[in-house]
Design a protein around this ligand. Structure first.
Ligand code: FCB
Length: 482
């Protein structure tokens, strides 16, 4: 039997009309990987696999957010953020998925208090890819029981923070934590098994649905999930092979995640493509009702969209996210051997991703049109990695990242004008951090971190973001009103 938290005297935050935020994730920023009771997550273990992470980087210290939240929250205030999207670490809150670790919960409790004291909305994600390694050793997300374990972890977290946190996101980008982790093998736990990846997809869906129901029973006000979604554009819309390849990418990147949640069904064409991988045995009676429990918001992460072809072509982005290391990679496009991403000749970021801001507008507008029952949308990640240079004056004139962010915000505004119900935008990332298999090689922060000293410096892109936030709050003078 569980108890809803006692109400506190802290007033509920009133959301501004549009929420400006920035995002991080526990494994990427916290460090303190084995401190105060925390045990290995799959990423701590994966980092010990020779060749898994660029330069042999690990998560032990990361950007030391664990010890620096006061300063980091002060930076958020300086930027004028309304909200901070962070994730909690399951392996910190329930090390080894055994008992609840009070010291782990205290860390998040302090962070939440610091945020609220600064007038910043805490936007919490329960799973940003860092499963306790002890659970991976019992099959990880291929094991249906992991979904039940997730609900217990969600409940323990809610009991400690639910009196102050309104926004609960179950999963971040299940595409990555299932397909990149279990089929491509470039993310933890590093497996390359298509059937295992499909099992991971279904069990994460189930965990999302079960946790949504439990959190709702406990009193959570706003529950959602964050998906990384794309526009899969056939390279030649008159070529049946390209059209079919685009359908498959749309199926495995977008619809296999959206439709069980929004429509309570797996897309029929995708289920047909995946017939040999055991979807029928994975889905038990009642699962899809559980998975389609109503949500209050959908987080959309978006970095790039791509042309898709059914013919060999290596001119464009790598949809399998390999390339960080020499590690051999599988494909995320289950049962679809011939998928490629031809270049459009657009500029690319340091991740080799094409820069195409208009794609964000297209995506946000399409979502509302194609799924009219969707709840409000928040862009929960968008941003860019570039190789930064610290100028002689100590500043970081990151013009490319600045343009990327501003151009994408312009497209969000255009999407809203087109009728998309978008309520907020979070830049990825507040801080330079551990970029998964790329280690510390790729910098996404609007705040630079000197990895030797942990010193933080707001980059020009961060200063411009702050100005944009401030400008959005200026009430027009009476003379300027129509
Ligand atoms: C997303 C992840 C985030 C970060 C960005 C660059 O896929 O959610 O943790 O790595 O990409």
């Amino acid at each position: 039997m569980t108890h809803a938290p006692q109400p506190t005297t802290r007033p509920a935050l009133i959301l501004p009309p549009f929420l400006w935020g920035s995002a991080t994730a526990a494994a990427q920023v916290e460090g303190a990987a084995h401190e105060d009771g925390k045990e290995d997550s799959i990423w701590d273990a994966f980092a010990r696999v020779p060749g898994a992470i660029a330069n042999g980087d690990d998560l032990e210290v990361a950007v030391d957010h664990y010890h620096r939240t006061a300063g980091d929250v002060a930076i958020m205030s300086e930027l004028g953020l309304d909200a901070y999207r962070f994730s909690t670490s399951w392996a910190r809150i329930k090390p080894g998925d055994r008992d609840v670790n009070p010291a782990g919960l205290d860390f998040y409790s302090r962070l939440v208090d610091q945020l609220l004291d600064a007038g910043i909305l805490p936007w919490l994600t329960l799973y940003h890819w860092d499963l306790p390694q002890a659970l991976e050793e019992q099959g990880g997300w291929t094991n249906r029981d992991t979904a039940l374990r997730f609900v217990d972890y969600a409940e323990a977290t809610y009991e400690a923070l639910g009196d102050r946190v309104q926004h609960w996101t179950t999963f971040n980008e299940p595409f990555c934590s299932s397909l990149l982790g279990y089929a491509v093998g470039v993310h933890a736990p590093g497996r390359r098994d298509e059937a295992a990846a499909l099992a991971a997809i279904h069990h994460q869906h189930l965990a999302h649905g079960l946790a949504t129901t439990r959190l709702r029973e406990l009193g959570a006000e706003q529950i959602g999930i964050t998906l990384n979604l794309t526009n899969a554009i056939p390279a030649d819309p008159t070529d049946p092979a390209d059209v079919d390849a685009a359908r498959r990418v749309d199926g495995i990147m977008n619809r296999i995640f959206l439709e069980p949640i929004v429509l309570g069904a797996y897309p029929a064409d995708v289920a047909h493509d995946l017939e040999g991988l055991g979807l029928d045995t994975l889905v038990h009676d009642g699962d899809l009702e559980t998975i389609s429990a109503p949500i209050d918001f959908l987080g959309v992460n978006h970095y790039h969209d791509d042309l898709v072809s059914g013919h060999p072509d290596d001119s464009g982005a790598d949809g399998g996210h390999s390339g960080a290391t020499e590690r051999e990679a599988g494909s995320p496009w289950l049962a679809s051997p011939d998928i490629s991403f031809p270049s459009r000749g657009l500029p690319r970021t340091a991740m080799d991703w094409e820069v195409h801001p208009a794609g964000l507008r297209t995506l946000l507008v399409r979502l509302g049109r194609e799924y009219p029952t969707l709840p409000p949308l928040y862009v929960t990640e968008n941003g860019a990695a570039y190789d930064d240079v610290v100028a002689e004056d100590g500043r970081i004139h990151d013009v490319d990242r600045d343009a990327f962010i501003q151009d994408h915000i312009d497209q969000v505004e255009l999407a809203i004008a087109d009728g998309a119900d978008v309520r907020g935008y979070f830049v990825w990332s507040l801080l330079d951090n551990f970029e998964w298999a790329y280690g510390y090689d790729k910098r996404f922060g609007i705040v630079r971190v000197d990895y030797d000293t942990q010193e933080r410096t707001i980059k020009d892109s961060g200063l411009a973001y702050a100005r944009r936030i401030a400008a959005s709050r200026v009430v027009p003078a009476v003379a300027e009103l129509p």
